[in-house]
Design a protein around this ligand. Structure first.
Ligand SMILES: [Zn+2]
Length: 254
């Protein structure tokens, strides 16, 4: 099983990151950590290098970062991703956030940057991990032209939409499913082959406090209950889905 989306590079893991990784190693095959803010690239790279074959890296650009970056800096960051392409399994998280970004001019700018990163993913032949908050309509519209695999991370739009999307779309469900009826309905409606498990840790904890990769077990248990399918089957299938999505067969020696 694989935690398909988290942020191990954040400060909230600084104190005990190694312990978290070691206890995760006992139960999971891999963790995919996704850089949302470029300033964490170096740290994430270091962590994934240290745990090569267990921690895999995605590099992206959260729409909220736009305010702190010039066009030139974004270009340089994209060049850096190109240079690191062999160390990266996907581009993300990238996307749109209309919850935090209200003004229409900035929204338009984030759309442009989103498109640039999709172009980059296309060029590098990498899958994309999508952040979309209150922006599903625009986000899905922009994604229509993207030919590769797409992971709608912590998708929170209408639950029936992922069911009707083309084969290259997947959704990842976080442990907050235990307290979210929307995510429960999403799990119910989405075919098993299209679901990956994520934690988005340190965020989105199922309880109070910090979230961590091992909590994908909580999600798997909940989905097993919702779909009335044995836990082992969910565990295996969703792990396989993540391996397929990020193309990890070789890297995991499977
Ligand atoms: Zn995230």
């Amino acid at each position: 099983m694989i935690d398909a989306h988290c942020h191990l590079e954040y400060e909230r893991f600084d104190e005990d990151r190694e312990e978290v990784i070691q206890r995760t190693k006992k139960e999971l095959k891999a963790i995919v950590t996704s850089v949302a803010e470029p300033k964490y690239t170096e740290k994430a790279l270091e962590i994934s290098e240290k745990h090569r074959g267990f921690i895999f890296l995605c590099l992206g650009f959260h729409p909220e970062c736009l305010k702190d970056f010039t066009e030139k800096q974004i270009e340089e960051y994209m060049q850096l991703i190109k240079n690191l392409k062999d160390k990266v399994v996907g581009i993300g998280e990238i996307g749109l956030d209309y919850y935090w970004i209200k003004d229409s001019k900035t929204r338009e700018e984030t759309k442009e940057v989103f498109k640039q990163f999709l172009e980059l993913a296309k060029e590098l032949k990498k899958p994309v991990v999508i952040h979309s908050r209150d922006a599903e309509k625009d986000c899905l519209k922009i994604l229509e032209d993207f030919p590769g695999k797409i992971l709608l991370h912590c998708y929170s739009g209408p639950p029936e939409i992922p069911r009707n999307l083309p084969d290259n779309y997947f959704v990842s469900i976080p442990p907050i499913i235990v307290r979210s009826r929307k995510h429960s309905l999403l799990a119910e409606l989405t075919p098993l082959e299209k679901i990956l498990l994520e934690t988005d840790s340190p965020w989105l904890s199922p309880t109070k406090g910090r979230n961590e990769p091992l909590n994908i077990k909580i999600t798997a248990e909940k989905i097993a209950g919702i779909k009335k399918i044995p836990f082992e089957k969910i565990w295996k299938q969703m792990g396989d889905n993540a391996i397929k999505f990020f193309d990890l067969t070789k890297a995991l020696n499977l």
